[in-house]
Design a protein around this ligand. Structure first.
Ligand code: PLP
Length: 390
């Protein structure tokens, strides 16, 4: 039973508070470079924008099916087949207003007092926030630097109890940039056979942002858990569409209709012209996706090199997403005071690791979804700040 008190347990995403502070400082005339927020700095590719504008001009002004327009659900299924050779029925695809909505729906379905939900720590902060909202017990799964920030199957399986209802996975990952290798996922899925009460929410929103020849491993590739697997994905990161609020989820048979009913109750359907834009994104040319990935890759190398040259800083090479998660322990700073000093004194926005979980102390998140020029300027300032501080 949800009460008003449950709302006091809802957390936040500090990236938005940092964005507000960065904007406030910029409004005072300060030159602020934002390496805090996790969104592509590119505009949405023009053919996607055109498709949405055309939909509006063509009169797509009404409600659509609560699950999303049929061609879009078919396009999602075809896209997953093209990229991963997995069979997905369009009838298991739900179009939702942004990736977060799948998280919200899945956690709401499984979270209740007494239930345990496993989530990555450091991880996307909304997982824990939503788990706490439902009254369930959040159980952090450690994501460790010495494991390249990949999930450990052994450690994850050891945390499962008879009360565990949901396991949240995220690869490529925010905030650490880790990618969990196939062998580890194989072990994890094999171990889940002994825990049939555990559903899996696989957050694959960064599935097109992998580097160094790494291939994304989708959990859809494991038939043995398909009947308890929910996949979260969307257009925000791949197609530079964060403000469009376009996401999709894949649900197993037993849960799809529940999610559909939530859609009918909570948002009726997703913005109709945005759905046509998203359709053009999947069915049109994919060159922009490759170009953005190549740009992120170049910046990734710059970020890692510049961070590793700073006194007291060491940075693992991130394999995916668009974040670096440097270890700043040797600087003598705690993470949040450092992030705050960098913003206030050096005009560089980053996010303190503790905003992503208890294991985030000693790290800051540096987003490289910004131009190479800005990244060089920002990290130059950070270098000077730390050198002065020595
Ligand atoms: N999942 C992860 C891991 C994310 O980093 C984000 C956004 O930062 C989301 C989900 C949410 O995406 P959306 O903006 O589509 O709601």
């Amino acid at each position: 039973m949800q009460t008003i008190a449950n709302f006091d347990r809802i957390g936040e995403e500090n990236a938005f508070a940092v964005l507000a502070r960065a904007n406030a400082l910029a409004a005072q005339g300060r030159d602020i470079i934002n390496l805090g927020i996790g969104q592509p700095d590119f505009p949405t590719p023009p053919h996607i924008v055109e498709a949405a504008v055309k939909a509006l001009r063509d009169g797509q002004h009404g409600y659509t099916d609560a699950t999303g327009i049929r061609p879009l659900r078919e396009a999602v299924a075809s896209d997953l087949h093209r990229r991963f050779q997995v069979e997905v029925s369009p009838d298991s695809v739900l179009i939702v207003p942004g990736g977060k909505v799948t998280m919200f729906a899945a956690i709401l379905m499984f979270g209740e007092p007494g239930a345990e939900i496993l989530y990555p720590d450091p991880g996307f902060p909304i997982y824990r926030s939503m788990i706490e909202f439902t009254g369930a017990t959040p159980v952090p799964v450690p994501i460790r630097e010495d494991k390249g920030f990949a999930v450990s199957a052994e450690e994850t399986l050891a945390l499962i109890t008879p009360r565990t209802r949901l396991l949240i996975l995220n690869s490529p990952a925010n905030p650490c940039g880790g990618v969990t290798p196939r062998a580890e996922i194989d072990r994890l899925v094999a171990g889940l056979a002994e825990h049939p009460q555990v559903a899996v929410l696989s957050d694959e929103i960064y599935d097109q942002l992998l580097y160094d020849g790494e291939q994304h491993v989708t959990l859809l590739d494991y038939p043995e858990i398909r009947d308890r697997l929910i996949v979260l994905n969307g257009w925000s990161k791949t197609y530079a569409m964060t403000g469009w609020r376009m996401g999709y989820s894949i649900w197993p048979d037993g849960l799809y209709d529940k999610a559909r009913k939530l859609a009918v109750n909570a948002w009726s359907c997703v913005n109709a012209p945005a759905q046509f834009g998203a359709l053009a994104a999947l069915t049109g040319p994919q060159d922009a996706v490759a170009e953005m990935r190549a740009a992120f890759d170049t910046r990734r190398k710059v970020v890692v090199e510049l961070l590793n040259a700073m006194p007291g800083v060491s940075c693992v090479v991130p394999k995916g997403a668009f974040y670096a998660f440097p270890n700043i322990r040797e600087t003598g700073w705690k993470a949040k005071p450092l992030a705050s000093a960098l913003l206030e004194q050096a005009g560089v926005a980053t996010i303190g690791g503790p905003d992503f979980g208890t294991l985030g102390e000693g790290y800051i998140r540096v987003s490289y979804a910004n131009s190479e020029e800005n990244i060089r300027r920002a990290l130059g300032r950070m270098q000077a700040f730390l050198a002065e501080d020595e």
